[in-house]
Design a protein. Sequence first.
Length: 238
Amino acid sequence: MTNKLFILIILIFIVQNLRAQNELRFSRAKLMGQNDPELYSKSNGLIPQVAEAFEKMKIAALKAGFDIKIVSAYRSYDRQTAIWNRKFKANKSKGLSPEQNIEKIIEYSTLPGTSRHHWGTDIDIIDGFKPRKGDLLLTEKFHGQGPYAPLKVWLDKNAAKFGFVRPYTNDFERGGFKYEPWHYSYAPLAIPMLKSYLELDLSSLLIPETLEGREHISPAFLKKYIRENVLGISSSLK
Ligand SMILES: [Zn+2]
């Protein structure tokens, strides 16, 4: 075999390998929550690399007196559709118009296919040492005399050291989803995943047949939603 041929074969091998890796990491199914949930079941609902970083943060937090517990990690496309539909029906029964209904849902919840929880990089967390009462993920529980306020102070200082950053900050200029002190993204993977995600043709992917209120979601709404909600995140995660 000539040297040139050998180098060519090696190059083809490397390119194929890189392509396979890229597809494996950021396939459309993975970005849209349509992966097999089994893939995450052994790692806390996270991509193994994220689970590893989370474990390190958890150990450090334990030394400081906090038991970081994951309330929500990986969430599938179908699960997100079910959450949307449940909220839509509940709001409808309270008399909200379809437009008001959708605006209400997207204060905190996403359209299926647009949740950062689809990626296996994002977590909602609380302090497991504190008693669980009622709704856990409320802003007031992370501030003032709230049970998770001390954990939030610790996270503000330490989470970024482990790669975890809050997308939905308390910044009125951010727009989009409301402030979520409990939600963290693993930046080293979430940043490139968002980049891949934005390369998808989202306009054709986001409205499942079974979505309540789907006839009120126009292309213009979707465009605004992607700009304000999907991209309405901390600049450190873009
Ligand atoms: Zn969340």
